[in-house]
Design a protein around this ligand. Structure first.
Ligand code: ASP
Length: 433
């Protein structure tokens, strides 16, 4: 059995929904279907989930929420109309509106886009609708409760043929509807895949797989045919938004591969996310970055004797609402990357740290970006990283620091902020050469 999950852009309009339906019906193995709420129809549009959240907020702050709710209403009414299904959508919407009026929870309100969309599309498919509230359990802090796997496997024993489960929510320990973090339909898909012990978890989106870099920066970035769960995690930690992080562990633990596919180009093979892969063809899978940071340079004679120093510096930064990532230790020096998304007075903070910690001296360098070069083939091929760094050098990009992430499959480099985009372009060109 294949579990198929369609994201919001794949379901934003009746035309997109028909494409998804065709994909589902094109393969008898695609029996378990998990759906997001309708997403943006164009770049100016607002996702149904955001409209729902807005209406909740407007209600709780005493503003008029009916105007926002009427936009939600007309989108669903139009969908039912265009898809010619017999769902009593007005009645469903009335229940939701009444609940908002009576002061229901945000979790309930924001989850209704998935609920309604799944109700409608299950009818188009002639498939059984299974409410996620009955089969998905969340822990108090909004994570997957593994009970869900058994609930799903028990429930599907009674199902003949296809079924549809709305993504993004389930039931919390208090018995009330609870939703995952944003983008959480990916998690539902993973739970269902684990519960039915799927052969593959197909995740349908609007790109033909995981790309080598953010296509808004590197237009030439191509889809990666195969990537490991661990590489996906590393790319995500370096800032790439590839796949919901919490959606990985349910399937990884059961060894179920994830296939990222494109609803608008279904014959593209997309990306397979697997446990292990041969790295000779594609040693590096992607590059991704985070910015802006300021490099904090602290000096301490005999640094090794002061293991508490990094913690002291971080505590001092926290007092000023600043956060550091990625410590790089030398013999008598310590460097950290301090998030500078909100600009700050470096001289003042340097003095504050010097006065409130045991450092001998503390100063800040220029604004930089952190770039991760990720690939399970990286540790085995020392010459490869050298070539990539060389290419940066030839393009006049100065690499300010080089280190490895926790695992040797990620090389972390820092470059001047103004070189960020060019760095990604040069690295992708190297990956493709
Ligand atoms: N609709 C939810 C969101 O916008 C969940 C999802 O699409 O995965 O975050």
């Amino acid at each position: 059995m294949k579990v198929v999950k369609f994201g919001g852009t794949s379901l934003a309009t009746a035309v997109q929904i028909r494409k998804a339906v065709e994909i589902i019906q094109g393969d008898d193995q695609r029996q378990a279907v998990v759906l997001s709420a309708p997403g943006k129809r164009n770049s100016q549009d607002i996702k149904i989930t955001d409209l729902l959240i807005n209406s909740y907020k407007e209600k709780t702050t005493g503003q008029d929420y009916k105007t926002t709710f009427s936009k939600i209403r007309s989108r669903f009414v139009e969908l039912v109309d265009l898809l010619k299904v017999s769902v009593d959508i007005e009645a469903e919407l009335n229940i939701i509106e009444q609940k908002i009026d009576a002061g229901t929870t945000l979790d309930y309100v924001e989850s209704r886009g998935e609920y309604l969309n799944s109700l409608i599309i299950s009818q188009v498919l002639g498939a059984e609708f299974i409410d996620a509230a009955d089969v998905v359990r969340l822990t108090e802090d909004g994570r997957v409760d593994p009970q869900s796997y058994n609930l799903i496997s028990d429930r599907i024993k009674q199902v003949k043929g296809r079924f549809v489960v709305p993504g993004f929510f389930g039931t919390g320990p208090d018995g009330e509807v609870k939703s995952f973090s944003r983008g959480g339909s990916d998690i539902t898909g993973a739970i269902v895949a684990r519960g039915v012990n799927a052969d593959v978890y197909e995740n349908w989106t609007d790109v033909s797989g995981i790309l080598q870099a953010d296509p808004r920066i590197v237009a030439e970035a191509q889809a990666v045919p195969e990537i490991t769960y661990a590489e996906v995690r590393e790319l995500a930690s370096c800032g790439a938004s590839v796949f919901h992080e919490e959606a990985i562990s349910p399937v990884r633990d059961a060894g179920i591969p994830i296939n990222i596919k494109n609803t608008n180009a279904p014959s593209d093979s997309g990306t397979m996310i697997v446990s292990t892969r041969a790295t000779d063809q594609q040693p590096v899978v992607g590059v991704s970055g985070k910015k802006p940071y300021r490099i904090l340079n602290a000096e301490k004679f005999m640094l090794n004797r002061y293991p508490e120093l990094p913690g002291q510096i971080k505590a001092a930064l926290k007092q000023k609402n600043l956060f550091a990532e990625f410590d790089m230790k030398g013999f008598d020096t310590l460097a950290m990357l301090v998030d500078s998304s909100d600009d700050f007075d470096t001289a003042e903070i340097g003095t504050f740290i010097a006065a409130n910690t045991d450092v001998d001296d503390c100063s800040f360098g220029l604004s930089v970006a952190l770039v991760g070069i990720v690939g399970a083939g990286l540790p085995g091929q020392t010459g490869l990283l050298g070539r990539m760094l060389n290419a940066l050098d030839e393009n006049g990009i100065e690499v300010r620091s080089i280190s490895y992430g926790g695992s040797k499959m990620t090389a972390l480099i820092t470059v001047n902020l103004e070189n960020y985009e060019q760095t990604l372009k040069v690295l992708v060109a190297q990956m493709q050469s």
